[in-house]
Design a protein around this ligand. Sequence first.
Ligand SMILES: [Zn+2]
Length: 220
Amino acid sequence: MDTAQDTQNLNQSQAQPPSCGDSRHLIEVRDSPGKGLGIFAKANIPRGTRILAESSLIKFNENEQPTAKTIMQAFESLSPSQQESYLELHNYACDLDKQILESQTGQTWDELPEMHQRVLGIYTANSFGSIHLLASRFNHSCLPNTTHLYNPTLDKETFHTIQDISAGEELLISYMDGSNWVKSKRQEYLQKWGFECNCPACEDTRKAEPKRRNGWSYHY
Ligand SMILES: [Zn+2]
């Protein structure tokens, strides 16, 4: 990044100071071709920027394994406006998640009330230990440019850029917790979200192949 860009970013930060202890004014949610909604940079964003620090909408205690019943209870405890926002999130439950939820409810997926299917599907599609309204819009890449971590001091999930990001570029996180999996294993895991990854690491198999033999690794 050159000096002119640094100055531009600094000016932008000064013109519009970060709110909520983050730089969310530098990002926007909009359509990501083939992926639904995504989070995009509105300006150049330097590596290391805390782009988002977001409280959870739904969160379970560390030792508590969410079940269909407790997920429904958590949803019902939200305010009407929070429920409305929750129901706008992407809804998808893979077959394995459906089987787990069926065993917990004693009902087949098709027997569940439509609202239960929707609330549970949104939970399985968007939870990484907790549900966040804005952070749920991050799409996946096996070569992410953004990383996230729970910050216990803030009691928020924080998202930092790990590369310089250009205006208009999509901010992407890894859904896989940084595991060093080969493409087939990554794709198997991503079935939880029902999509096939087309990031550079997954598209360029021939280039990735030699690295796999020596132990595939990617930025996280
Ligand atoms: Zn990928």
